[in-house]
Structure formats: structure tokens, C-alpha cells
Design a protein around this ligand. Structure first.
Ligand code: S3P
Length: 165
């Protein structure tokens, strides 16, 4: 089984992904971590020194390596499905799950999150809210192409497992 988790930043893809991989005895990967390992740079530095376009190219390249992998759960970055035809690649390669979350919950979670996200790190609360609602609107139709949709808040791993069986 090859599982791809998609959804907005802060929606819990990594947390749910780790638990799901454990429950299904699959290997867990996080696309951002793979990018950092491959480039030996942090996501923050890639955005800062190479720019977002270069980041999206590296992201698409790292994602394509999953063509040769099996039995995994991959947590993708929030923007990953939305560039370089990546969502179609994901749909061809395995089972995709969209971790749904409303803008207000995303905002609350991002405010508490320790992960540094270059696209939002310098935004005021007002601008962060604007960023979330604008980007969610653009990305939603892409996320919604996923095979399954689950709620990110209080998601029950057993229910997700049952959904996949
Ligand atoms: C991004 C989301 C991040 C990371 C990068 C860009 C985005 O991943 O890939 O900062 O454009 O939504 P998470 O969704 O894991 O935060």
C-alpha cells in the first residue's frame, strides 16, 4: 500500500502520517525532510537563497522518487500537490488522503506550531489569516481530488485504517 497525505500547512499530515504508518506497518516519509536531506539545506534556506521556484522543482523531483518505492505513508508539503502536475502523479502512484481543516483551525494550529515555514514566518496575524484563506481557496480543488477526505481535528487512526481496507 502506498499512501500520500495532502492538505494545508498545519493540518496534521506529519502527525497523522506517523500514526497511520505505524498502524499499517508501513514506512513513514516526510517530503520536507527528504528535501532537506537531499539538498543538505533547510527548507528556510532553500526559500531564502534559491527561491520558491527552485524549491518547487526540488520538491517535484523528490516526489517523483516515490515511483520506485513501495509500502509507505508520505506526508507531502502543503503546496506539493499544487505544482508541476504533482497531484496527478500522486493519483497515479497510490492512495491519496486529504486531511481537511477549516481556515480558523489552521490559523490556530499554525500560531502554536514550532515548525518554521518560510512563506508565513514574517506575517502579522491579519496577513496570516489572509494568506490562509486565499491559498486554501486556490489549493482546495486540488486537495479535493484525493481519493479519501478525512477531518484533521480528532482524526481517529482506526477509522482511517478501516477506510482503506
Ligand atoms: C509549504 C508547506 C510546507 C513546506 C514549505 C511550503 C506550502 O510544508 O513544504 O514551507 O507552500 O504550503 P507543511 O505543509 O508540512 O508545513
Amino acid at each position: 500500500m502506498n499512501i500520500f497525505l495532502v492538505g494545508f500547512m498545519g493540518s496534521g499530515k506529519t502527525t497523522i502520517g506517523r500514526k497511520l504508518a505505524k498502524a499499517l506497518n508501513l514506512t513513514f516519509y516526510d517530503l520536507d525532510l527528504l528535501i532537506e536531506e537531499k539538498t543538505k539545506r533547510s527548507i528556510v534556506d532553500i526559500f531564502k537563497y534559491l527561491g520558491e521556484d527552485a524549491f518547487r522543482e526540488i520538491e517535484a523531483e523528490c516526489l517523483r522518487t516515490f515511483e520506485h518505492k513501495n509500502a509507505f505513508v508520505l506526508a507531502t508539503g502543503g503546496g506539493a500537490p499544487c505544482y508541476h502536475d504533482n497531484m496527478n502523479f500522486i493519483l497515479q502512484q497510490g492512495i491519496s488522503i486529504y486531511i481537511e481543516m477549516d481556515a480558523k483551525s489552521i490559523f490556530d494550529r499554525l500560531k502554536k506550531s514550532k515548525k518554521i515555514r518560510p512563506a508565513i514566518r514574517d506575517l502579522s496575524d491579519e496577513n496570516l489569516k489572509k494568506f490562509i484563506s486565499e491559498n486554501l481557496q486556490v489549493r482546495l480543488p486540488i486537495y479535493q481530488k484525493a481519493n479519501h477526505h478525512i477531518h484533521g481535528i480528532n482524526s481517529d487512526i482506526e477509522q482511517i485504517v478501516a477506510l482503506l481496507r
